[in-house]
Design a protein around this ligand. Structure first.
Ligand SMILES: NC(=O)c1ccc[n+]([C@@H]2O[C@H](COP(=O)([O-])OP(=O)(O)OC[C@H]3O[C@@H](n4cnc5c(N)ncnc54)[C@H](OP(=O)(O)O)[C@@H]3O)[C@@H](O)[C@H]2O)c1
Length: 264
């Protein structure tokens, strides 16, 4: 009997990751979902099982240095074949860098960068042996410029884009597609986790997570290496950040991220 293959999605219980899980399941992919909250994982699994695919869940805190290694070991020991990896779990932290908590920021770097790098390496090595596989890493349009009041987050997303594009070029011709997805500001729980409720960016004009997920899935399946998701606004923003001077480009997020001023 042929071995089942799985799409592994980190952060598959909420927001963009949850919508990605639904799109993958709708298209017949078995899933391995990873997040911290076991109750959310169980609810999501039960819901997605109704779409007729197999759904495994693994609770892991990817803030923890060892967690991505443990996750890989657990998947290998259970004999699951991962043919698609989606490094989606990510967090931000709002506030002036001189005042925010450095340990929270180191955890964000671990989650958004280090865990993503470890999982990409371990699963990519297996995919190269098989000559088959797909990897999608979540960056953000906001990673194109320095992000005032969200400096560490923007920096991590710039890393993800640069890193993923390099890997995509390295594996060209090996049967593997590596893609970076750049959503614009999207309506999810991200802003609550990042203490961004007062930021202008969280107050309106947000993208729909379902649409972002469908854009990402379609682009990955078409073999694209980079996808800017969302409306014209995001595409213009991404294009402008490629041509504007660094000084001018860095002014824009300053306006977007500033707190909403309550009118008296
Ligand atoms: N929302 C936006 O505006 C936006 C824009 C561009 C890019 N993105 C990127 O899209 C990705 C998904 O974000 P989202 O907006 O969908 O956020 P979200 O709604 O907050 O979902 C985050 C998911 O990641 C999981 N997660 C968070 N911390 C984790 C940890 N330490 N270990 C394991 N899993 C963890 C969460 O589950 P648990 O809490 O149970 O762990 C949840 O399933 C992120 O990489 C984000 O940077 C978001």
């Amino acid at each position: 009997m042929e071995k089942k293959s799985y799409a592994l999605i980190t952060g598959g219980t909420s927001g963009i990751g949850y919508e990605l899980a639904k799109v993958f399941a709708t298209n017949g992919h078995n899933l391995i979902l990873v997040a911290r909250d076991e109750a959310d994982l169980t609810i999501t699994r039960n819901e997605l099982l109704e779409l007729g695919v197999d759904v495994k869940i693994i609770s892991k805190d990817l803030f923890d240095k060892q967690a991505p290694f443990e996750l890989y070991e657990e998947i290998c020991s259970k004999g699951y074949d991962v043919n698609i990896l989606v490094n989606n779990a990510g967090q931000g932290q709002y506030g002036e860098f001189s005042e925010t908590n450095i340990y929270r920021e180191l955890s964000i770097i671990q989650l958004n960068i280090s865990s993503l790098v470890v999982l990409t390496k371990l699963f990519l090595q297996d995919m190269i042996k098989k000559g088959d596989g797909k990897i999608m890493n979540l960056s953000a349009v906001s990673g194109k410029t320095g992000g005032l009041l969200n400096s560490v987050y923007h920096g991590t997303k710039a890393f993800v884009q640069s890193f993923t594009q390099a890997i995509a070029a390295e594996v060209e011709g090996k049967g593997i597609n590596v893609m970076v997805l750049l959503p614009g500001a999207t309506d999810t729980d991200f802003f609550n986790k990042a203490d961004m409720q007062q930021s202008k960016v969280a107050k309106g004009g947000l993208e729909n997570a379902k649409k972002v997920a469908q854009d990402g899935y379609d682009a990955l399946m078409k073999g694209k290496h980079l996808k800017v998701s969302g409306g014209l606004k995001n595409k213009v923003k991404e294009a402008l950040s490629n041509v504007l001077s660094d000084k001018v480009a860095s002014k824009k997020p300053q306006k977007e991220q500033s707190p909403v001023v309550e009118r008296k």
